[in-house]
Design a protein around this ligand. Structure first.
Ligand code: NAP
Length: 267
């Protein structure tokens, strides 16, 4: 597949992630950027709107975009509500979605999974495209076999819409799959300020920090008597996510169901 050209459409091209994805699609020899989806600038080119090195047209109507550009893959980097609509529209048109947009619920994922099975077409939804973050999740799962107590602290820029991050949720799910549910902390602990102990998933506490200057960071902190183990990953810019986007676009052409999480497409 790597030598065959993959026709790509990007939703959210003016966004921080979208701009990097446009650069990736333009510079990757076996990718062809055939269009973009935005809620404005219909029928303008990416060159006109964002000085990209591409004359691909922007469409405000996703169906018109799919009809006219006939892409193989949709890369969605928008918002949870829009991203879900785009993903469904792509599957209905036989276009394989690679979704970086975060904030999908379990019910959303189940619905999309059913749709990929019905259409027998691949889709990848990855809350974190940074390979180092995926390894952090895998190492956390490994550590959870030995450490029962864990808290997750995720730190992001202050424009992020969803909390906790998709990566934090996914990490908690992966840890939960190998340990029995445990109520952590003192059984009689009381929050003097509501939320002080963070959110909870299967007894695991998740804390979300939002500050300007941050990009995407996470620390998974394990504790047992006399020792702690901290696993930390930092993305310093959005280019850090693009190796995972590229891999996902290549891999989604080879699968015929929904894969959630980059950890399921790397060894
Ligand atoms: P962003 O800068 O806010 O970009 C979102 C873009 O989507 C904006 O350009 C926005 O346009 C556009 N948009 C809004 N409605 C749209 C529509 N109907 N059709 C097409 N485009 C639309 O956000 P970002 O930082 O790039 O992040 C985008 C998504 O990726 C978020 O869900 C974020 O959590 C996620 N993310 C994922 C990863 C990963 O590794 N998977 C990493 C970082 C971020 P306007 O600004 O004009 O509204």
């Amino acid at each position: 597949m790597s030598n065959e050209t993959i026709k790509v459409v990007i939703a959210g091209p003016r966004g921080r992630m979208g701009q990097e994805a446009v650069k990736l699609a333009v510079r990757t020899p076996h990718f062809e950027l055939v269009g973009a989806i935005d809620h404005t600038y219909d029928q303008k080119t990416l060159r006109e709107v964002m000085s990209a090195d591409s004359d691909a047209l922007i469409y405000t109507d996703i169906r018109a975009c799919f009809r006219e550009t006939k892409p193989d893959v949709l890369i969605d980097l928008t918002t949870p509500e829009i991203g879900k609509k785009h993903t469904k529209a792509a599957l209905e048109h036989g276009v394989r979605p690679v979704v970086g947009t975060t904030g999908f619920s379990e019910a959303d994922l189940q619905e999309l999974h059913a749709l990929t099975e019905e259409k027998e077409i691949g889709a990848i939804i990855a809350p974190n495209f940074a390979l180092g973050a995926v390894l952090m999740m895998k190492f956390s799962q490994m550590a959870a076999n030995y450490f029962e107590d864990v808290e997750i602290i995720e730190l992001h820029h202050d424009q992020k819409l969803d909390a906790p991050s998709g990566t934090a949720l996914k990490t908690a799910e992966m840890i939960s799959s190998v340990r029995s549910e445990k109520q952590q902390g003192h059984p009689d602990e009381k929050e003097i300020l509501p939320g002080a102990r963070g959110a909870e998933l299967n007894g695991i506490r998740l804390h979300s920090v939002r500050l300007p200057g941050l990009i995407a960071h996470q620390e998974v902190m394990f504790g047992m008597d006399g020792q702690t183990l901290k696993l930390r990953h930092d993305s310093y810019n959005r280019a850090s996510f693009m190796s995972g986007v590229k891999l996902s676009v290549e891999q989604v052409m080879k699968i015929d169901q929904l894969v959630y999480g980059l950890e399921n497409i790397i060894d």
